[in-house]
Design a protein around this ligand. Structure first.
Ligand SMILES: [Zn+2]
Length: 547
């Protein structure tokens, strides 16, 4: 695998044109991705969620998609505040019903690995470790870059090699309110540990031993603030285990590409509108102009992402993940522009192109050499002939039941703060529980109707009174505006997070402080893994097709 190392200038001056900034690493035999989400957007998301969760959903989406010209001002940020030293021991924590393992942090002080009675995540309690993982990357390497191997190896002294994903998350301190995404330089990062899948554009490689895994660990993921699990980019970072390595064009995300509106951006091909079928009104198109959207409900799309966890995996992404056959992936619609330039996306899903090529995934897979030469338009030239082909293992034998070990990096002060509020550990635990639930919570929401047709089964709604200055707007109701992992895969895959004590090293089996009420098991395996994809707006073949 080629060696490429690229590190963005992090934090305060990242591009304001796009909220998501790609940082792409290939370092030795593993690959790391991260995206940045600005402070501004995060604040807006918080406001939108708390005040206008449903009605203003379109704002959230359109802000992501349209960008904003405002610059960041992080100058008011202070350094990571110091927390009182921790005088607890495992005896104290065990009296609080935690299962406790004591290790040493990077300066040789006690570091506690706690498993709460819910048995579905690990708290790593250490002032030093918390400080390292929430440090400002502009001042030097943070925990992700210099401490993840130590953390992982410590975890594998406690746990068997039963996890596909290690997901480290920093607890956010609402009092100091540091912008942890800005300090980290990303809102999520995936360090790929091994690849066992051929056909998707990746070499086969295995770095698991340096993490302490014996071969199963796929990715080490870091989310700099705990609320990013529920809002995204949690689904996005998981997707980086499998993509995008397929096309030469954008080796991380889908860009202005109709491979399906998914977690890595791109647009849903069936939404594409041309000057032939969008002929009147504010959004009318002239020749060479097009509009497309991330789904049949929306009116725009992102080149890196499509609104965090608000959108499921596309069918192409599901193929990459090993969940569906290639024949289930709709033909791609790829904008083609002559010369060296690529289409760029404007507002409301607008882009220009010389033409649109319709490409079949199954054809690429059966004749990869036909898609890897200089006569092939750069927009759909594949990354390699030898690494692209039928997926092996294919969807019939690939893993569908994934396991994640969620690790909350915190300290004793912080883990006990905010009792009685929604900012507690309980809240984080329910976030994990919801993310890994094998059923959907269909959080219906609305999005402003612009140029997109009204999909069958949906209706136009008028919300609010409307005034002369702020006239009536029309909205479409989206059946689901927040996807957990199971929902995002259309019920085809599960992500187990609970029953951690069942993965204790056998010599530690007796250690679990089994005192809590375990009636609320969150990850009972479901049998619903048929091909009847649920909650997937892309599956409606009756959706209009402009071609
Ligand atoms: Zn990404």
């Amino acid at each position: 695998m080629g060696v490429e190392y690229k590190r963005e200038q992090p934090l305060k001056n990242y591009s304001s044109e796009y909220y998501f900034t790609l940082i792409y690493f290939i370092y030795r035999n593993y690959t790391t991705y991260k995206i940045s989400l600005s402070n501004k957007l995060r604040i807006i998301i918080k406001v939108v969620k708390s005040l206008f969760l449903k009605i203003n959903f379109f704002l959230y989406l359109s802000i992501i998609l349209m960008g904003c010209s405002e610059k960041e001002d992080s100058s008011s940020e202070t350094t990571n505040s110091t927390y009182p030293s921790n005088t607890n021991t495992c005896v104290t924590y065990e009296s609080e019903n935690y299962t406790c393992f004591e290790k040493l942090d990077t300066i040789g002080s006690p570091e506690y690995y706690l498993i709460p009675p819910t048995n579905d995540f690990v708290l790593i309690v250490s002032n030093e470790t918390y400080s390292l993982w929430t440090a400002d990357v502009s001042s030097g390497d943070t925990g992700f870059y210099k401490d993840k191997l130590r953390l992982a190896n410590n975890l594998y002294t406690i746990f068997e090699d039963n996890f596909d994903f290690l997901i480290a998350v920093n607890q956010h301190d609402y009092e100091s309110n540091l912008n942890l995404s800005a300090r980290a330089g990303y809102s999520g990062i995936n360090s790929s540990v091994r690849n066992i899948v051929s056909g998707i554009g990746l070499s086969i490689y295995n770095n698991t031993s340096s993490y302490g895994s014996s071969g199963r660990l796929g990715s080490f993921i870091h989310m700099p603030a705990h609320y990013l699990v529920s809002n995204g980019p949690m689904l996005h970072e998981i997707m980086h285990q499998w993509g995008n390595f397929f096309f030469e064009y954008d080796s991380a995300h889908w860009g202005v590409s109709g491979v399906g509106g998914g977690q890595l951006g791109g647009f849903e091909p069936s939404t594409l509108m041309t000057s032939d079928n969008l002929t009147s009104g504010d959004y009318a198109l002239s020749t060479g102009n097009y509009r497309a959207a991330s789904s049949k409900y929306t009116s725009s799309f992102g080149t890196f992402a499509n609104g965090g966890n608000s959108i499921p995996y596309s069918n192409f992404e599901k193929w990459l993940m090993g969940l569906i056959p290639a024949s289930d992936v709709p033909n791609f619609k790829i904008p083609i522009t002559s010369g060296d330039t690529y289409s760029t996306r404007g507002t409301d899903g607008l882009f220009t192109a010389d033409s649109i090529a319709e490409i079949s995934l199954t054809d690429i897979l059966s004749n990869p050499s036909n898609y890897y030469n200089d006569t092939i338009p750069k927009e759909y030239r594949i990354s390699s002939t030898s690494k692209i082909g039928p997926r092996d293992p294919d969807y019939s034998t690939s893993r569908k039941n994934f396991r994640a070990l969620f690790v909350l990096i915190t300290n004793d002060t912080l883990m006990k703060k905010y009792q009685g509020s929604t900012k507690t550990l309980d809240s984080f635990q329910s976030t994990i529980a919801n993310f890994s639930l094998n059923s959907g919570v269909n959080s219906s929401t609305v999005i402003e109707k612009k140029w997109q047709p009204v999909p069958s089964g949906s209706e136009v709604e008028i919300l609010g009174a409307g005034t002369e200055d702020s006239p009536y707007k029309e909205y479409l109701r989206i059946p689901d505006g927040n996807y957990n992992f199971w929902e995002a895969t259309g019920g085809l895959a599960t992500l187990q997070t609970d029953d951690l004590s069942g993965s204790f090293k056998s010599v530690l089996n007796s250690r679990f402080m089994s005192k809590g009420d375990h009636s609320r098991r969150i990850n009972i395996e479901t049998k619903k893994r048929s091909h009847n994809i649920v909650n997937d707006p892309f599956d409606d073949i009756l959706f209009f097709n402009p071609f």
